[in-house]
Design a protein. Sequence first.
Lengths: 100, 682
Amino acid sequence: MISLSHYLVFGAILFFIGVAGVLTRRNAIIILMSIELMMNAVNITLISFGHYLHNVTGQIFAIFVVAVAAGEAAVGLAIIIELFRGRQTLNVDEINIMKW
Amino acid sequence: MLNLVWLIPGFPVLAVLINALFGKRYLKTNTHYFAVGSIGLSFLVSCYIFYQVAFNHVIAELVLYEWIMAGDLSINFGFLIDPLSAIMLMVVTGVGFLIHVYSVGYMHGDTGYHRYFTYLNLFMVSMLILVLGNNYLLLFVGWEGVGLCSYLLIGYFFHKKSATDAGIKAFLVNRIGDAGVLLAMFLMIVYFKTLNFTYIFNHTSLITPETATAITLLLLLGVCGKSAQVPLFIWLPDAMEGPTPVSALIHAATMVTAGVYMIARSNALYLMSPTSMTIVATVGAVTALFAATIGLAQNDIKRVLAYSTVSQLGYMVMACGVGAFVAGIFHLMTHAFFKALLFMGSGSVIHALSGEQDMRKMGALRPHMPRTFWTFLAATLAISGIPMFSGFFSKDEILWKAFSSEHGHWAFWLVGAVAAGMTAFYMFRLVFMTFFGKSRVDREVAKHLHESPSMMTVPLIILGILSIIGGYVGIPAALGGSNWIHHFLAPVMAGGGGGHAEIVQGVAIASEAVTTHGAAAATGGAHHDVMEYVLMAVSVGIVLFGIFLAHLFYIKNPSIPEKLAKRFSGLHKLIYNKYYIDEIYDFLIVKRAKQLATLCWKAFDVPVIDGIVNGVARLTVLESKFSGVFDLSTVDGAVNGIGTIVKSGAKSFKRFQTGFVQNYAFVMLLGVFVMVTLYLFF
């Protein structure tokens, strides 16, 4: 029997894989994908609780997150394309002009 | 219909506006259509007014609106229509119209064509307001207006220094007289509380004869300025720098007669003061003789005419001074005809000679310009006072009145008669030197000799006819005439102004030119005696002698003048140089004024005014230096100090901004950890 804990642990693992990806990878696209991973981890947690508590709100919220993630992906990719056109690289260590 | 009298100055006002606004750019050589047309229309309206006044005996005062209200004082903007203003209207618009037509031919091709006609029309407006005004202030408006326009027109050729100097001279000399008029008006305001002609002349009992003397003498000062009397006549000869039609209009027919008009208009006041009358007559007589002597030896054709004008104006003033106001106005009218004609004829001669004005370079022009010659001759006969020409009647009446009037004296008659002889001499000298004898014209100029275009000669012919017949309105009773002009002007000259209309706001009312009419006729008829014929014969004799001398000197034996000039070289030099009046004035007044100005400049302006200004400037500079130091050290220091503090504070904090996106993400994660930890364990 797969209990709630399994889903939550799975969600947590997935989230931290995402966090690790955001913090360690240098390619902007991979970072974006990692953020996507974190969002999906949250989705899993939301749906799990929704199922467990017999409350549909969690699922509705997950659908919102998917929609927002789609928008975020679209905007993020557009930014990345422009970034690449401007600097011929996606290495975030080289994209560091936003400082003093 | 009398309400339309405002149209008389109205038409030229419209033309001035049109020509001033659109003349330069759009109308250019077409400006004369409006200029001449407007004066023509004014002339037609004037004719109607004159008809009403002359044949329906209308005397009216038309108040357009209340102009000035100050306490007791109330001055209207209104027009007075009476025989005097009617006759002035006819002279001003009639002669003015002919001069405008003449100007079209004379000024043809001039670069300032539109400017010329704008000034000329503005002048007409001023002159018409002057003769139409129903109070002294309105008269003064016109008075100043013609002064301004004469300045503009005399200095018309502004690229010539002598012309602008002459304009300024005319303006300044007139200003002296204007001050007199102003003071006279102040006195009248004090005593009458109004400047209205009708009221003042009907209430002369409000002032004492002494006050009347003061007022009239101050007015006389203005007359001396405007009508070029001794001692303020010096501007008129110089004013010949203007275009010749301007000389004809301003210095013969209109502006210079304003003074005579004012004396005639104020006759009620002058008659109150025998002292003033004597002074007026003396000034006139002195001017008549003085200017005539100068005219004897001038060589510039226009200068001769200028001095002749001064002399004739002296005649008119003298006539007023001996109480013969009608004779003065009569002579003013005939003089307007023949002197305008003389000026325009001289303009025609100058035109033909390509601008030559020196009579020594003329001669034998008669066959070349017959129309100019014959009209010029008519005017010369008129001004000399040859019987049956207009000047004879007016001049003779003045001489007779100078002798016989209660204000007169035989000395005035003598001066007048001698001046008349001189007039005849210098006028015929002018005619002989210009049209007869041997030609002394430069060969180059002689090639272009031509009669002027008919645009110029037709006005000459009309004026020529007027110069001959113009006097027939005033044939004295002694010669079997009815002296119509005398009866015509009687209502105005009755002393108290008995026939004047009452003031009615806004509307014109007509009143019959009452009984004085018949009374004057009766006295006019009874007044001649043998003496009048004798004096007439003597003056004609003097005139004929003058003509004979001129003929002897300049036709028969041209060497005489030179011999005489050598023999009496001192006298000749004195006359030739106009008694050195200009030099004397220059020495006595202009130089002193300049010295005073220099003194003020050096002793007051430079040390005091400039000192104050410079001192203030220096103080300001010093103060601003202090301010500068304060600004630099304190204000700037504070501003920069704040900047420096912020900058040095930021030095350590800016290290946090690495620009690496993953650093930010890591900090966010740390933050989440901290918050979750806090939430879970505390």
